[in-house]
Write a protein that binds this ligand. Structure first.
Ligand SMILES: Nc1ncnc2c1ncn2[C@@H]1O[C@H](COP(=O)(O)OP(=O)(O)O)[C@@H](O)[C@H]1O
Ligand SMILES: N[C@@H](CCOP(=O)(O)O)C(=O)O
Length: 337
């Protein structure tokens, strides 16, 4: 039983920084994921009574009681490890906008798993965390990318998830066009058909395989061909005005490839770093979305090469007595490896 040992260890504060993720990359539905240079932070410490503090503007509507996803996931870790820590002080800050297809839920799940596990001396293995995260999220693409960083190719059979991590090719930047409106993953999965034709299934298997191999071998020239999809994007297009035109025409404006990010509504474009056409690409995307009356925020990101970074703050550390919002609201908060 872990109780005595871990309960004693769980006295300090843990701060975890977790990357956002983009899933599918076009044809790799529920399989391919890439971590992005956009982050959320979770601080966690045992407390006399549970308090959940939300920091920043991106967490509106998130529950602050024991139904909160981060609290629930942390308790699942303690239960699996045989530890009881029912009351927690949790601070959450997220630069990842919610329900936009940038993996906010996966980042919250991975952050909660890693923070809770760090509190109890890493009683669970990384693989156990990946299995738990996949079962919670119901697909391994976002959680795998947030947990391992880089690009992951994964498969889940409902019982066990396996993955291979791929180092992202160098020289590749990521442009995201984030619409103002929200689209929950649940809603965007509900529009998918129960059955597809053999022709479309073959199209996706072949393109997903080519894409995985192209990413693994740095063949950026193949992305435009390989990032096409017939499994989910055509059905989701009706939910995202402007998406179809951007996906069709982005390569004419200098993109290496363009896809729906996760379940949307964010549109993600890959481009060569430092390409002189990159500002024109932004203008093209903004014009298309504006012509559809959709307000978007465009941002350049890069693939994030590492998973969660953990900082342990001991009880005697002066930082321990700061309020979570003081720790997390500092824009420069950087968590060491
Ligand atoms: N930090 C967080 N704490 C608690 N719940 C969160 C947090 N981040 C995301 N969530 C939950 O995940 C939901 C968004 O998940 P989802 O619809 O899959 O979109 P996405 O993961 O693409 O942002 C939010 O509405 C919220 O319920
Ligand atoms: N494979 C999933 C990915 C959902 O990603 P999210 O970031 O939108 O939650 C899907 O396409 O449904």
């Amino acid at each position: 039983m872990h109780f005595g040992k871990e309960a004693k260890e769980a006295t300090g504060r843990v701060v975890v920084k977790v990357p956002a993720s983009t899933a599918n990359l076009g044809p790799g539905f529920d399989s391919l994921g890439m971590a992005l240079s956009l982050y959320s932070w979770i601080s966690m410490t045992p407390a006399e009574s549970t308090r959940i503090i939300l920091v920043g503007d991106n967490l509106e509507g998130i529950s602050q009681d024991k139904t909160n996803l981060v609290y629930v996931v942390a308790q699942a870790v303690f239960e699996k490890a045989g530890v009881r820590i029912p009351e927690l002080e949790i601070g959450i800050r997220s630069d990842i906008p919610l329900t936009r297809g940038l993996g906010s839920s996966a980042s919250a799940i991975v952050g909660a798993l890693v923070a809770a596990n760090s509190m109890i001396g890493n009683a669970l293995t990384e693989d156990e965390l990946f299995q738990m995260a996949t079962a919670l999220e119901k697909h391994p693409d976002n959680v795998g990318a947030s947990l391992y960083g880089g690009i992951i190719a994964a498969a889940w059979d409902g019982a066990r998830a396996e993955y291979v991590r791929i180092e992202p090719p160098s020289g590749m930047d990521v442009l995201v066009a984030i619409p103002e409106f929200e689209l929950s993953t649940k809603k965007a999965r509900n529009v998918l058909p129960d059955r597809i034709s053999m022709e479309d299934a073959v199209f996706n298997v072949t393109h997903s395989s080519l894409l995985t191999a192209a990413l693994a071998s740095g063949r950026l020239d193949l992305l435009a061909h390989a990032m096409r999809d017939r499994l989910h994007q055509p059905y989701r297009a009706a939910l995202i005005p402007g998406m179809e035109k951007i996906l069709l025409e982005a390569t004419e404006h200098g993109a290496l490839g363009a896809v729906l990010s996760g379940a949307g509504p964010t549109i993600l474009l890959l481009a060569r770093s430092g390409d002189s056409n990159n500002e024109k690409l932004v203008a093209f995307v903004e014009e298309v979305m504006a012509s559809e009356g959709v307000a978007v925020t465009t941002r350049w990101l890069t693939p994030c090469l590492q998973g969660p970074q953990v900082q342990l703050v001991g009880e005697n550390d002066p930082e321990f007595n700061l309020e979570p919002h003081q720790i997390l609201s500092n824009a420069k908060v950087e968590v060491g490896a």
